[in-house]
Design a protein around this ligand. Structure first.
Ligand code: MTE
Ligand code: MOS
Length: 774
């Protein structure tokens, strides 16, 4: 479907509508045949050099001296670049608080301290190991507990209070204290971090970067080279996965490649080896939650006092907005009449933790779900009953702690349907019978919801631009500021453009994201890629379409409203014109066949001082019911069955949306059960390769996996009536985690222990065993 059918032949069989169709991914035929070009596949220009990082071996210390002589003696090595060689300011990072290469202070184990530039990638890597450093060690802070005790922050703490928490807590019939920790998570994009920097004429630099945010890479590279942004062009055709890990982190690799290219005067490629990628780049933030919650006899929350602490690593990066999003999702789907939330952004001497699908949302959700789970077990109630009674409802139970009214809540109805469809009540009884008869293998079932706020919480990022070009043969290119990382954004944008212009999908080709085409684009993140860029492309296509309609109306003496375009035909009363002929005629009459489009999300506003406003345009909802089996002798767990009902509004592409839901769920189950990041006491990340860090594989995808889409368009005016889908389903993975807790609770009850389950995430076999026996 990529090669346009010859547009001159208009009798091609084409879908009349592209949106709503399960069209294949725009590059699927290239992905499956190995012909899709990723940065490392692009032929290197002659004379390209290769860059390898020299990594720090201490977590915190002062760099006393650096001896590169052995490295320079390795055949093929051209240069060793250190902080003193940099062409401009030695500062980079989303918080402008990171050195490109440290001149003095080393702040994590694995931090690149110098760069080796060589004629081959292997020579560069071998030589990097030969660089000697003398470092005076300083005490390192590695854990959240140490950071809290030392008040070590990357950004000041944030406190949000809504209602009279003290009074409501004092008056509550029941109170519980609880704690829930969540580990970090490596993004594990299949294509590692990579950039190719190519010096051009007159001080310019072109960079091919595997990045979710070409615009930011452009600015970082320009600053690092000391040139204006117009001298740097950044291009990304696609990524082999990003998952948030290429939102800011890709910029560092591009900057290192670009400064090496400037200094060496030759194209430079930097592609991180997987182990180095693990050591250098940031991951999902590990979080610790602690709370006191007051509630009534039915488990209805009356007040909560909640501490959220995030391990941010050595710099701010995106930790501010990520910790903010954890606050915004501290309620998940539940009304908190009185809430005090204390958010700590802990500075630790590790990689600088960064975006990962959900962006702090999952950590916020995990805490409130754990609290509700504890409440249910404390009262001896079905956790689903407690979840349900706490859902947002009619006023006044419709106000979030940040003052936004929840007006589009579909969860009560959605949960009711999922509960019926998955046979929740009957299966819960069957599981109780199974558990009574099965001494070792225990089963558990949990149903958990998600309500996820859609929009960047920094209001200014909610804008996008696009360009639509129609050529005189009828073929179309679309370009926008968003990036493709496998999530299908480009496919959806092509579908929107095809329908808006009224041409078959096969006529529309998407071109690489390029800072020279659409400037100042936001990161493709916060799940808003299609909402923002799809709308901008729709507006651009609408502009061209309406010019064509006006042209036809003018030449035929018709009203514009009498002209429509559909399926590659221009329809006028009594006749069907050839789109290509119309495009050619319009061109000849000097009608512009291309346009830009610009979109800014309406309604949203947020005041960071008062922490009140409408940070989200709308919410995406969903729920999952998951049944697991737990071996109480080994701690192993298995997901037996999953039922998901998820809200994507009116789906632009059901195949892509189902893929996002399934993938998000499985990725979260990996985070919550098998993926464990372990730092040794000296700050070494011990789990820095697939041999020690276990992500889910196809064998871990549950065989009994049912996903259905909620059949209702977005109630807000959004592109095609759709809703964002990239991140929200990630949080459905909690259903598996809390099902494990159910199974462990059954084992504990049998052994006469309290049914409160002391199990944090990840629920590795060791952790599950401890939770059974503790
Ligand atoms: N799906 C795939 N296949 N690969 C990815 O890297 N990233 C996720 C999600 N789904 C990702 C993915 C993340 S973190 C986000 S924010 C969204 O896709 C970004 O794309 P979107 O805004 O177009 O949904
Ligand atoms: Mo996604 S974590 O917003 O890149």
């Amino acid at each position: 479907m990529n090669a346009p059918d010859h547009p001159g032949i208009l009798n091609v069989k084409a879908e009349p509508q592209a949106c709503g169709v399960a069209a294949p991914h725009e590059a699927a035929h290239l992905h499956v045949s190995g012909r899709a070009l990723y940065v490392d596949d692009v032929p290197e220009p002659r004379g390209t050099l290769f860059v390898a990082p020299v990594l720090s071996k201490v977590a915190h210390g002062r760099l006393k001296s650096l001896d590169a002589s052995a490295a320079l003696a390795v055949p093929g090595v051209r240069r060793v670049v250190t902080a003193t060689d940099l062409p401009a300011a030695n500062v980079v990072g989303a918080g402008h608080d990171e050195p490109i290469l440290p001149a003095d202070l080393i702040e994590y184990l694995g931090q690149p301290v110098a760069l080796v530039v060589a004629t081959g990638a292997k020579a560069a890597r071998v030589a990097a190991r030969a660089v000697r450093m003398e470092v005076e060690p300083l005490p390192a802070i590695l854990t959240i507990a140490e950071a809290l005790a030392a008040e070590s922050w990357v950004l000041p703490p944030v406190h949000l209070a809504e209602g009279d928490v003290e009074a409501a807590m004092a008056a509550a019939p029941h109170r519980l204290q609880g704690e829930f920790a969540m580990g970090g998570q490596e993004q594990f994009y299949l294509e590692g971090q990579v950039a190719l920097a190519m010096p051009g004429e007159d001080g310019t630099m072109k960079v091919l970067s595997s990045t979710q945010h070409p615009g930011e890479v452009q600015h970082w590279v320009a600053d690092a080279l000391g040139v204006p942004a117009h001298s740097v062009q950044v291009e990304c055709r696609r990524m082999g996965g990003g998952f948030g890990g290429k939102e800011t982190q890709a910029g560092h690799i591009a900057v290192w490649a670009a400064v090496a290219a400037r200094i060496a005067g030759a194209p430079c490629k930097m592609r991180l080896d997987r182990d180095d990628d693990f050591l250098i780049t940031g991951k999902r933030h590990p979080f610790l939650g602690r709370w006191t919650v007051g509630f009534d006899g039915q488990g209805r929350i009356l007040a909560i006092d909640l501490m959220q602490a995030a391990a941010c690593g050595f710099s701010a990066d995106l930790s501010g907005p990520i910790a903010d999003r954890a606050i915004f999702h501290a309620d998940n789907a539940y009304y908190l009449p009185a809430a005090a939330i204390h958010s700590y952004r802990c500075k630790t001497h590790t990689q600088s933790h960064t975006a990962f699908r959900g962006f702090g949302g999952p950590q916020g959700v995990g805490m409130i779900e754990a609290a509700l789970d504890d409440i249910a077990r404390h009262l001896g109630l079905d956790p689903l009953a407690v979840r349900r009674i706490n859902l947002y409802g009619d006023a006044p139970r419709d106000r979030t702690p940040y003052g936004m009214q929840v007006t589009d809540n579909i969860l009560p109805a959605l949960i009711e349907r999922l509960e019926a469809d998955c046979g929740y009540a009957g299966r819960r009884e069957a599981i109780a019978r199974w558990n009574a008869a099965s001494p070792v293998i225990k089963r558990g079932l949990a149903l958990t919801p998600v309500k996820f706020g859609i929009s960047f919480t920094a209001t200014m990022f909610n804008q996008a631009g696009a360009l639509v070009n129609v050529y005189t043969d009828g073929s179309v290119t679309v370009n926008h500021g968003g990036t493709e990382m496998g999530q299908g954004l480009h496919t959806k944008v092509c579908q929107v453009v095809a329908d808006t212009l009224g041409v078959p999908l096969a006529w529309v080709r998407i071109t690489a994201t390029d800072t020279g085409r659409v400037p100042n684009a936001s990161a493709t993140a916060a799940s808003s890629g299609t909402d923002l860029n799809g709308r901008a492309a729709e507006f651009a296509a609408r502009e061209v379409r309406d010019r064509l309609r006006a042209h036809v109306a003018g030449t035929r003496g018709l009203d514009v409203a009498q002209v429509s375009i559909r399926g590659g035909k221009v329809l006028v009363p009594g006749a069907e014109l050839d789109f290509v002929a119309v495009a050619k005629a319009a061109y000849a009459a000097r009608v512009s066949l291309w346009s830009d489009g610009y979109y800014a999300t309406p309604k949203i506003h947020y005041d960071h001082q008062t922490m009140r406003g409408l940070p989200f345009y709308y919410f995406a909802y969903g729920a999952a019911a998951t049944e697991v089996a737990v071996d109480t002798l080994t701690g192993e767990t298995r997901v037996l069955r999953v039922d998901i009902l998820h809200d994507v509004g009116r789906s632009i592409n059901p195949a892509i949306d189902l893929g996002q839901i399934e993938g998000g769920f499985v990725q979260a189950v990996g985070w919550l059960t098998s993926e464990e990041l372990v730092w040794k006491p000296d700050g070494t990340l011990a789990t820095h390769a697939p041999s020690t860090y276990k992500i889910p594989t196809s064998g871990d995808v549950p065989a009994d996996f049912h996903v259905a889409l909620w059949p209702e368009p977005n109630r807000e005016d959004n592109v095609y009536g759709s809703k964002a889908v990239g991140e929200p389903p990630f949080m459905l993975g909690f259903a598996a985690f809390f099902a494990i807790r159910e199974a462990v609770a059954a084992a504990r009850r049998e052994q006469g222990r309290t049914p409160l389950v002391p199990l944090s995430a990840p629920a590795t076999p060791e952790a599950v065993l401890r939770a059974v026996e503790q």
